[in-house]
Design a protein around this ligand. Structure first.
Ligand SMILES: C[S@@+](CC[C@H](N)C(=O)[O-])C[C@H]1O[C@@H](n2cnc3c(N)ncnc32)[C@H](O)[C@@H]1O
Length: 228
């Protein structure tokens, strides 16, 4: 997670507790939040019990298996509610924004990868992402196209929030193997592993060793009008 905006949110709000929506294994967004706040509540629809237990033992994080579409917390339960790279895994993500705003008494902070086809490396990355999405769709792991700033702004329309946006661009190279590190794991779940490995090989030949690149990151901070 890029910390600048997060740190600003913490400096401004000094939240006693923060909710991390779609926390995954807890090793990334939750750990970052734990550096800034003692009390982190983290939820994900897919439980990673062993990892959660390990992190919870050495910190004040509390993990729960929960669907972001129906957060089991009362209205205004957390001053700050954060998500990092989770929205684009959820088909009905605009409803998640409504839920995040319901359980937040002040602000929500969104951090999502962003596509921009400004270079050949970005275009290769977009194509590579497409291959991953097709495989993941086949094995039932929801993962959709990256969101856009306009789509998020549209979803927030009528929500009585003030929105600040920050775009962090990156052209740092990522090797083909690094990008497709977990491809084999998903291909093994598909029932037609050879087909997917052939597709990967075709793409590898086409790219001929040229690198992919990191995603840009879009950060949006939405504050309820009533709190300002
Ligand atoms: C790319 S991971 C991001 C994990 C973490 N926030 C991070 O920064 O690394 C996306 C996560 O969203 C979770 N997710 C997908 N649909 C969800 C839902 N309906 N409710 C809660 N979490 C969900 C997935 O299980 C996955 O762990």
């Amino acid at each position: 997670m890029p910390n600048l905006t997060l740190e600003r949110a913490f400096q401004s709000l000094k939240p006693a507790a923060v909710l991390d929506v779609g926390c995954g294994c807890g090793g990334h967004s939750t750990r970052t939040l734990l550096e800034l706040c003692d009390r982190v509540v983290a939820i994900d629809v897919a439980p990673r019990l062993a990892r959660w237990h390990e992190i919870a033992q050495s910190s004040k994080a509390r993990f729960s298996c929960m669907d972001a579409l129906a957060l089991g917390f009362p209205r205004d339960a957390f001053p700050l509610v954060v998500e990092s790279a989770a929205l684009h895994h959820i088909a009905r993500w605009p409803e998640v924004l409504t839920e995040m705003l319901r359980v937040s008494s002040d602000s929500i902070l969104l951090q999502e990868p962003l596509d921009d086809l400004r270079s050949a490396a970005k275009q290769r990355t977009f194509e590579a992402q497409g291959l991953f999405l097709s495989l993941q769709a086949e094995v039932g792991v929801p993962h959709y196209l990256h969101l856009t700033r306009d789509a998020i702004l549209l979803a927030l329309e009528g929500q009585a929030v003030i929105v600040e946006t920050r775009l962090e661009t990156s052209d740092a190279p990522v090797s083909f193997d690094e990008f497709f590190e977990s491809f084999d794991v998903f291909a093994s779940q598909s029932g037609r592993k050879e087909y997917w490995l052939d597709k990967l090989q075709t793409m590898r030949s086409k790219f001929a060793g040229a690198p992919l690149c990191e995603d840009d990151t879009l950060t949006m901070w939405a504050t309820k009008r009533t709190t300002r």
